[in-house]
Each structure stands twice: as C-alpha cells, then as structure tokens.
Write a protein that binds this ligand. Structure first.
Ligand code: AMP
Ligand code: MG
Length: 270
C-alpha cells in the first residue's frame, strides 16, 4: 500500500517542483508487473465504491487532472477507471475556449460540468488553465489572472460546502521524459496524429509553465481541495498513485445504502 500523503501539498506551503522527483516510488517495493496487477484490482474496487456512491446519492466527487503534454492524462483515466461502470463517471475535457465561452467569465463553462449527486466527474484540464496557459501566454493582463487564485479558492470552497469532494492531481513528468514521449509520437505512424508542432512551442516555455504550476498549486492546495504532485515518468506508478488517491477519497466518504421498501425481505418471487 502506497502512502500517498507524501504527494499531498499541505495548505499554504510553497512548492518547488525541483524537489519532486518524477521517478519517485515512495514506499512501494513491488515490481512493475505487481504494480499493474494492483491497478486492475483497485479499478474493480473503485467500481464497487462508485456504485455505492451512486446508490447513496448524497455525495459528488470531482477529480481535476492537470499536466504538461504527454504526461498521460487520458491514459491515466483509462487505466484508473478501466473497470468502472461508464454510467457512473463523466469526463469533461477543457480545450481552448470557444468564442461563446470567451464571451463569459472563465468559470462559466467549468461550473456547468461539475458533478451532481452520486456522480464522479473528471476534469481533463480545468479552470487551472486560466492561471497556466493564460498566464504563460499572456492571454489576459496580469492584473486579471492574478485575481483568479482567489476566485478559484472561493469557487472550490462553494463546491465543497455544497457537498462536492475535490481532489486535484498534477501529473509530474520530467522535461527529459517529455522529449522521449514526443519523439515516440513522431516516430510511430499510429501516434503521429497526436503530435502538433505547437507542442514544441509549449515545450520551449517549460520553465514558465513550471513557475505557473508552482504558484497555482501552492496557492490553491486546501484541506477541502488538496493538490497531489504525482510522479509521472513511470506510467504504471502514476496510475497506481492516482488510483490510490481515489480509493482513499471515496473510502473516506460516509456512504450508506438507501433504505429499502418496507416489508420486502419477506417477498418470495414466483
Ligand atoms: P489537449 O488537452 O492536448 O487536447 O489540448 C487542449 C489545449 O487547450 C491545450 O493546449 C490547453 O492549454 C488549451 N486550453 C485549455 N483551456 C484553455 C484556456 N482556458 N485558455 C486557453 N487555452 C486553453
Ligand atoms: Mg495535446
């Protein structure tokens, strides 16, 4: 069992990503094959917990996934939720905002995607892009994005107060590993579709992105919406950690089975 608390960023603590090793294995001593078997097993347990969450109908769960390109947000979702009933989870991807989205405040498109009762929502990118790419690319003036850390904390406080359990994962891939993964995309004909030359422009801004992530994570990791910095250079370990975080989160909810109809225990179906 991995102690995930070491990946959790305590509220109010500064974050230096140089101190977070993307190849860290924490206290895990098993092999890669054992790790992978554990992920499959945990995915089935997550499925059972999701059904309980749905039956209980009083809680909402939000998983926020943020990362640099190639860190594996999609692949993490596939592995962690592989055995989970698709009815119970909803993935919301956040791409470049449309004209209609840009005509509203930046949380408008986000709020409409938050989970309802009994539901798990996964944000593949999120409102954090509005203090990440928006900051690095100067898409709005600094005086605008600076205010957003407070907005985001207030927004997440609102969601938590109204019954949403929030966990946020930054998949921490190294600059070197990203080079290998981007190269693999170019080298493999079946992966080329994933590559855009714009990815290399973003890569050139790596230090700016790291600075933006460090500030976002340190200013918005709270007790009710904690950030985890997940080592992501080993795909299987990344999946294992995110899976463990979700199991702990759902396992920590006070889930009940709804009261059955009265008197049905004596019914014999003929
Ligand atoms: P992908 O997740 O690889 O399909 O890429 C989605 C792209 O949309 C990324 O380059 C993001 O940085 C970009 N994106 C997401 N949210 C925003 C936003 N609020 N403003 C500008 N770009 C965004
Ligand atoms: Mg991309």
């Amino acid at each position: 069992m991995i102690d995930i608390s070491r990946f959790r960023v305590p509220p109010g603590q500064g974050v230096d990503l140089a101190d977070h090793d993307p190849r860290d294995l924490a206290d895990f001593t098993g092999s890669k094959a054992e790790g992978k078997a554990l992920i499959r097993d945990q995915s089935h347990r997550l499925d059972a917990l999701q059904e309980h969450l749905y039956a209980d109908g009083r809680h909402r769960v939000l998983l926020v996934l943020q990362a640099m390109d190639t860190a594996g947000k999609d692949s993490t979702i596939r592995h962690v939720f592989g055995a989970v009933d698709p009815i119970g989870v909803r993935v919301a991807p956040f791409k470049k905002p449309s004209e209609r989205e840009l005509a509203h405040d930046y949380l408008w498109r986000v709020h409409s995607q938050v989970p309802g009762n009994g539901e798990i929502a996964i944000f593949n990118r999120s409102h954090y892009e509005d203090v990440l790419v928006v900051r690095v690319r100067s898409l709005v003036p600094e005086e605008s994005w600076r205010k957003r850390y407070d907005h985001i904390n207030d927004f997440e406080r609102l969601l938590a107060d109204e019954g949403t359990t929030i966990v946020k994962c930054f998949l921490n891939v190294s600059f070197e590993e990203q080079a290998e993964r981007l190269q693999a995309r170019i080298d493999r004909p079946d992966k080329r579709w994933k590559f855009s030359s714009g990815d290399l422009d973003e890569r050139k801004l790596w230090p700016d992105y790291m600075a933006a992530y460090e500030e976002a994570i340190s200013r918005t990791s709270t007790d009710h919406a904690p950030w985890y910095v997940v080592p992501a250079d080993r795909k299987w370990f990344r999946n294992l950690v995110v899976s463990r975080i979700l199991l702990d989160t759902l396992g920590g909810l006070d889930l009940d089975w709804p009261e059955p109809e009265e008197g049905i225990e004596d019914i014999v179906v003929v």
